[in-house]
Design a binder for this molecule. Structure first.
Ligand code: BDR
Ligand code: CA
Length: 310
């Protein structure tokens, strides 16, 4: 049986690779893609999502535009990492497939109302604005979500946009707070995992050898690599968002702990910090499975094998 998912995303090159992995995987049925403002403004993330669907030849996947700004804050973007378009790398044609008329939040609400309870997984790859807005507007859908598997947060690695916070959670901490308090089973793929999923030269060469789509993927990772390598001095850039999809396909590639995770919304200094009780030093109730490790070779083998199918 296939697993039904909604991808909520702010592409972003690593979001784009995550979308390709999902679209290439027969175990997953992508019910729709909802764009959110994050790495770049919404006008670009919704367009980029359609560019990626067209690249994969999957123009039947509906793409929706969701929220264009965080719940309570000004939008912070990350062109310094992803470039002006969010998808800098090889130039790709503008999409011809249409953007759906419905708002992304309405699509999330209607899909969860329509599909059987516990049959839809949400995969947020950007700020959690769309998901939190859907939960606020239609609280009855919360119990209908099978699982939320998201990229965001950090514990040992702490922050990438500030010393204390990871980008997706930092951009809309109020939304993250709503989602983490929702009671939905949550699996978190934080920086602790993604900073072990480095696109080394041999791994990128393996993408490049796959033909047209592999070349595009390699050009994306080459682009954001320049930023990450300089910043971390590492052997390659972390490939964040595809870990979410890989977790759905092969959960055994990952290990972590079921713990309490709270979101810092008050302090300016630590805004968006994921306060993860990794060592169980409080009696706060566990609300998330927080991954800490990844079999990186297995992850890149899966990615390469699936991108080759497109
Ligand atoms: C996250 O932030 C974005 O820049 C990436 O797309 C990823 O979702 C990593 O912190
Ligand atoms: Ca993202």
């Amino acid at each position: 049986m296939t697993r039904k998912i909604i991808i909520d995303t702010d592409p972003g090159q690593d979001d784009a690779v995550a979308i390709l992995l999902a679209l290439a995987s027969p175990e997953l049925e992508v019910l729709g893609i909802t764009a959110v403002a994050g790495n770049v403004p919404l006008s670009l993330t919704q367009k980029n999502a359609r560019i990626v669907c067209e690249l994969a030849g999957k123009t039947d996947v509906p793409v929706f535009a969701g929220c264009d700004r965080p719940l309570a804050r000004n939008l912070v973007t990350a062109e310094h990492v992803h470039g002006k378009t969010g998808l800098d790398g090889i130039d790709l044609p503008d999409p011809t497939m249409p953007l759906q008329d419905a708002h992304g939040v309405d699509f999330i609400i209607e899909t969860l109302r329509r599909e059987p309870t516990g049959s839809v997984t949400i995969c947020p790859l950007g700020p959690l604005t769309n998901i939190a807005t859907a939960f606020q507007r239609a609280p009855e859908i919360i119990d209908r979500v099978q699982e939320i598997a998201l990229m965001g947060g950090a514990y040992f690695e702490v922050g990438n946009i500030t010393p204390a916070a990871e980008f997706n959670i930092y951009v809309d901490p109020e939304a993250a707070d709503i989602v983490f308090k929702s009671g939905v089973p949550i699996t978190v793929l934080p920086l602790d995992v993604t900073h072990k999923a480095l696109v080394t030269k041999p791994r990128n060469n393996a993408f490049r050898a796959l033909g047209r789509i592999g070349e595009v993927v390699a050009s994306w990772t080459d682009f954001f690599e320049r930023f990450d390598k300089e910043k971390y001095g590492s052997a390659g850039a972390p490939l964040h968002d595809p870990t979410v999809i890989a977790y759905l396909l092969k959960p055994d590639l990952f290990s972590g702990r079921h713990i309490n995770v709270e979101i810092e919304t008050k302090s300016d200094l630590t805004r968006g910090m994921t306060v993860a009780d990794w060592w169980h030093v409080t009696d706060r109730t566990a609300n998330a499975t927080f991954m800490g490790d990844i079999n990186a070779d297995g992850f890149f083998a899966l990615l390469t094998e699936r991108i080759a199918l497109l």
